[in-house]
Design a protein around this ligand. Structure first.
Ligand code: SF4
Ligand code: SF4
Length: 103
């Protein structure tokens, strides 16, 4: 599984269920639920869409993440890609949505 849903943070907005290209997530008991974890291919669409940073993406050793997890929070057009490292530190990369797809 590439993602993990923090149900304590989930506000049941349903965005992740709408953007997942594999329709792998649904709402159950007013919380997002990963129905098919083995089918997730880690496109991170749900991670980017979640308005409260409730979805974490595993950064495996194969991409240099060594078990870190990443979630995304936002302020207006700025996305904060928050990498939570195994030593407890957090590295944040800011991305401006307005610059996406400009190249
Ligand atoms: S990472 Fe992509 S494929 Fe996996 S659950 Fe999220 S939206 Fe679906
Ligand atoms: S996008 Fe986030 S807050 Fe909305 S249903 Fe999915 S996990 Fe919950």
């Amino acid at each position: 599984m590439s993602i993990r849903i923090n149900k304590d943070k989930c506000i049941a907005c349903g965005r992740c269920t709408q953007v997942c290209p594999g329709t792998l997530i649904s709402l159950k008991d007013e919380k997002a639920n990963m129905d098919y974890p083995r089918d997730c291919w880690g496109c991170v669409s749900c991670v980017k869409e979640c308005p409260v940073g409730a979805i974490e993406f595993f950064l495996g050793a194969d991409i240099g993440g060594n078990g870190s997890v990443m979630n995304v929070t936002s302020e207006g057009d700025i996305l904060h890609w928050n990498i939570h490292k195994t030593d407890g530190s957090i590295e944040t990369i800011d991305v401006d949505r307005r610059n996406s797809n400009q190249y």
